[in-house]
Design a binder for this molecule. Structure first.
Ligand code: SAM
Length: 371
């Protein structure tokens, strides 16, 4: 039998419908790419919309009132998301992160969480089910998300000073609401909580120490992320990247730090604890620019409209929605996913700046494939 092709009309990024192999081998729970990296982590973008306009992600000048976000009919339905997620789990995924856009803007997200919480990994264990949010409506949602089966949350927070925070989100959103969201998540038991701060030199780097001071003594991980050259709209410049080593130096000058071992294989963060005995809190750094970590990247990303991307810096995806809506069976879709991962060779961050790093095509935006 010949390979079967389902044709598709692509919406905004190039993505062809994957080939369905002639042989439909059942998933074995382990998929390795050309660099022997296993598929373990699936990030699912549930909406391309966000109520913030952070300049490094969705700058106001581009994502303005006239910007055409995806129509509802383009979005994968919850049933479609769960169907695809189940196939990824059969291939070895043990962790699912819901993201976006702002995932809490997707209506009835708790229903999707409850459906995903039913899935069991290849080892029969529940999945590590988590969500990344800007925290703006977390206070309202935390208890319901927990009740639906969400394991934990990561909250993005780029400043503790209200004036700087409002400037960073460019939507005049007050920091107090996000802090109340973090408190609510803690109360609901959505821990261990991570708080992520993107550091842009000259814009919010003065907030590194105030952030550390604010969260020091609390049982959560405060992580500093190097500003990345994702997408094509944020006007990224290398001189606006503050290397993680500088973050650690600044905090270390105020509070002695001790390194911690990686929490899990494929862990993207380097971790520290406060050396002072009995002081809770963890510091993490994610050095995607100064110290690329493609070598153990085990993540795949499913866009809001069901395209599979294998790298945050990709320009092309694989249109799984075309298979889902084109009548392919579970066995066919699972078999189509296998060669996509097995042929994966990308390591953009390690090659950053070199000619072979990109193919010259427009890179996909982060709010679309999910951060
Ligand atoms: N709206 C949710 C949120 O704010 O967490 C989820 C989506 S957001 C795209 C996910 C994460 O990506 C956020 O922590 C955000 O700060 C980060 N991010 C977006 N653009 C980035 C960039 N250029 N460099 C580094 N991190 C970035």
């Amino acid at each position: 039998m010949a390979d079967k092709v389902i044709a598709v009309a692509d919406h905004r990024y190039r993505a062809s419908a994957p080939l369905i192999p002639a042989r439909l081998d059942a998933p074995t729970g382990v998929l390795l790419d050309t660099l022997k990296r296993p598929l373990r982590d699936l990030r699912i973008s549930v909406t391309d919309r966000c109520n913030f306009r952070c300049s490094y992600c969705m700058p106001k000048e581009v994502f303005d009132r006239d910007y055409a976000f995806l129509p509802q009919s383009s979005l994968l339905t919850f049933e479609e998301i769960v169907r695809v997620a189940r196939l990824f789990v059969a291939h070895g995924v043990g962790k699912i992160r819901l993201t976006g856009g702002e995932p809490l803007l997707r209506r009835d997200l708790e229903r999707l969480v409850a459906m995903l919480a039913e899935l069991r990994g290849a080892d029969g264990m529940p999945l590590d089910l988590t969500l990344t949010t800007n925290g703006s409506i977390l206070e309202r949602k935390a208890a319901a998300l927990k009740a639906a089966g969400l394991g934990r949350v990561t909250v993005s927070l780029d400043a503790i000073d209200d004036r700087i925070f409002r400037r960073m989100n460019d939507a005049d959103f007050p920091v107090a609401d996000v802090l109340r969201g973090i408190d609510a998540a803690e109360r609901a038991g959505l821990g261990p909580i991570k708080v992520n701060m993107v550091v842009k030199r000259g814009t919010n780097d003065e907030q590194i120490l105030p952030m550390a001071r604010h969260f020091r003594g609390r049982d959560l991980a405060l992580r500093f992320i190097e500003y990345m050259d994702v997408g094509a709209t944020n006007g990224w410049r290398m001189d606006e990247v503050l290397p993680s080593s500088e973050v650690v130096r600044r905090i270390g000058e105020a509070f002695a730090l001790e390194p911690l071992p990686p929490a899990a294989p494929g862990e993207t963060a380097e971790r520290w604890r406060y050396a002072e005995r009995g002081v809770a809190g963890e510091i993490g750094t994610i050095s995607s620019v100064s110290h690329a970590f493609c070598g153990d990247c085990n993540r795949a990303r499913l866009s809001t409209e069901g395209k599979l991307f294998l790298c945050l810096f990709a320009s092309r995806g694989h249109d799984l929605r075309a298979l889902v809506r084109g009548g392919a069976s579970d066995a066919e879709i699972a078999a189509a996913i296998r060669p996509i991962w097995e042929q994966r060779a990308d390591r953009y961050s390690e090659l950053r700046g070199r000619a072979e790093a990109g193919d010259g095509e427009r890179r996909v935006e982060m709010h679309y494939i999910g951060g």
